[in-house]
Ligand binder design. Structure first.
Ligand SMILES: Cc1ncc(COP(=O)(O)O)c(C=O)c1O
Length: 442
């Protein structure tokens, strides 16, 4: 079926699309008009299975009635409330609701509107925390190669995806990076955490020696680096990073914008790995993607470090006009209700073995050089075409759209992370489409 004929001409549209090939897209648009459950629908009504939960955010599936109704009710009741020196009850209720799910003593919550804002907020909290306790000399922030921490200045600076950094000048001073953990020679076709590479965490010791550990405020990593190509941490790696941070008084920040809210079979990735960070940045699935929102969780001692000094002083001169927006809180509360009622925060653990089998069954198809998986995430890495990295991945993306699936690619890596409501038959359908795509992508 050729749907393109009925799609409106977008070539002169004013819309400067984010993270997109604007000119190419506008010539041959891939539009989505409607969504329900596991599926998107094109303007012509063609059905697409959602292989990547929108942008890794629609964990409970699309247009869930409880969430839709909660947002509709809220917008008619309280459309906006200022969060500076004022409050509305839902903000406090929602903070307590999600704090109850958080690991260890990460029970204090700062609201933002996106993953990027959560990351920058976490970085600022780390710097301000050290200063509040008399260690203002801790000014450096450490990220990791191939990490993705959103697009604000702090997140871009600690991020390690070269293409996202190189055109934006010097970014933020005092930032350095540890090595990434991707090693196909040793770990190709790993199931779950790869065996080799825990020692890569020791790269942090190198930076501690280079900069002097007493100048480092925080290290930020994604427990699983998803947007940079689904890089699963080697066995023992995160534990080692935690130990090195403890040794040197450095805060460990987990960027769980993707791994929180059930993706790894627990509410938070930290709980799956059994490693407790000092701060956690989240967003996306916190409202099932319906209303923009993010939240940063921090340990009690970090919160308490700010609760000193005169009570008539603002403890944290930071926040956004839309922090704890009433619509986001309403959507978030309804989302948590759906997650709880349907057991979605642990469902990935149940589906994991089946998901893993189906993913690894693609081994041997043309150009497939690696398959890796964790929780309800899988990546299929394709060999790049000579002189044209990323083009094979792009072809796979567009072919999947033609064949009835929406999937994300990072360069030549296909990343799959469907809504956590997916049924086994739908897992089969998704991988069948990917199989067809791989067979016909040269
Ligand atoms: C780990 C991580 N951090 C931060 C972000 C940025 O989130 P947002 O696009 O909501 O700003 C993303 C987005 O994919 C992400 O995956």
């Amino acid at each position: 079926m050729n749907d393109r004929a009925t799609v409106p001409t977008l070539e002169n549209s004013a819309f400067f699309m984010p993270f997109s090939m604007n000119r190419q897209f506008k010539k041959a648009p891939r539009l989505i008009a409607r969504a329900e459950g596991m599926h998107y629908y094109t303007p012509e009504g063609r059905k697409l299975i959602d292989g990547t939960s929108g942008l890794w955010c629609v964990n409970a599936g699309h247009c869930r009635e409880k969430i839709v109704k909660a947002v509709q009710k809220q917008v008619a009741e309280l459309d906006f409330a200022p969060a500076f020196q004022m409050g509305h009850p839902l903000a406090f209720e929602f903070a307590d609701r999600i704090a109850a799910l958080a690991p260890g003593d990460l029970k204090r919550v700062f609201f933002t509107n996106s993953g990027s804002e959560s990351v920058d907020t976490a970085l600022k909290l780390a710097l301000a925390y050290h200063r509040a306790r008399g260690e203002g000399h801790r000014i450096r922030l450490i990220g990791r190669e191939r990490g993705y921490h959103g697009v604000n200045f702090g997140g871009t600076a600690v991020g390690g995806v070269v293409g996202n950094r190189k055109i934006f000048g010097a970014l933020v001073a005092g930032v350095d990076h540890i090595r990434h953990t991707h090693d196909l020679e040793k770990n190709a076709f790993s199931r779950g955490q790869p065996k080799h590479g825990a020692e890569l965490a020791d790269d942090l010791e190198r930076l501690c020696a280079l900069h002097d550990a007493s100048t480092i405020a925080a290290v930020i990593v994604e427990p699983v680096a998803c947007s940079g190509g689904v890089l699963v941490p080697p066995v023992g790696y995160l534990e080692r990073l935690r130990a090195i941070c403890d040794k040197h008084g450095i805060l460990l920040i987990f960027d769980e914008v993707i791994t929180a809210w059930g993706r790894l079979g627990k509410p938070f990735g930290a709980q799956h790995f059994g490693v407790l960070p000092d701060l956690i940045a989240t967003a996306k699935g916190i409202t099932n993607g319906t209303v923009p929102m993010g939240a940063v969780f921090m340990r009690e001692r970090i919160y308490q470090a700010f609760m000193t000094g005169p009570e008539n002083a603002i403890e944290m001169p930071h926040g956004y006009t839309y922090s704890s927006h009433p619509l986001a809180c309403a959507a978030g509360l309804a989302t948590m209700q759906v997650y709880e009622e349907e057991g979605l925060l642990t469902r990935a653990a149940e589906l994991w073995p089946y998901w893993e089998e189906q993913a690894h069954a693609l081994k041997g198809l043309p150009n497939v050089i690696d398959i890796r998986n964790i929780g309800l995430i899988a990546a299929i890495e394709l060999a790049p075409r000579a002189g044209a990295p990323g083009m094979r991945g792009l072809d796979a993306h567009t072919k999947a759209f033609e064949k009835g699936a929406y999937i994300r690619v990072a360069g030549d890596i296909i990343a799959l992370a469907p809504p956590l409501i997916i049924r086994k038959e739908e897992i089969d359908q998704l991988f069948e489409i990917v199989r067809g795509v791989l067979k016909t992508t040269n």
